[in-house]
Design a protein. Sequence first.
Length: 148
Amino acid sequence: MLLLLLSGCGAGGPLDPMDAFLEATPQMGVPPVLLVPEDDPRPWPMDPWTFRSHALDGDTLTLSIRYGGGCRVHRFALLVDPSFRESHPVQAAARLAHDADGDMCRALISEDLQFDLGPLRRHYQAAYGAGPGAIDLVLAGRRITWEF
């Protein structure tokens, strides 16, 4: 299960885009995918992680990953470029933002992260019309074919 922490800065605004995401995400439930262009200038944290496997269940994507750490809480957000690459099915570039919070511990952590792909489905349907569709999510060099 993905653990989300809320934090902010004393000036009243978020410290970084990950904080803004976490402040806008309910504490319970599956966090939504974020539609963020690949060239977004905000400093999304990109600490290392390893892709193990994935599973799809309706609009929910589960990513099984590994990363080093064990002493601090790690935070994740799934970012997907809203510009579809035309192919069959269309492709969407994805990246997993990972904030390790400076965790220097050396344990190998395995975790299953879940994300709600509903915002991506609605974005697709706004561009291509309602009805069934498919998207190849390209994440860490792998294609995840999602049919809905």
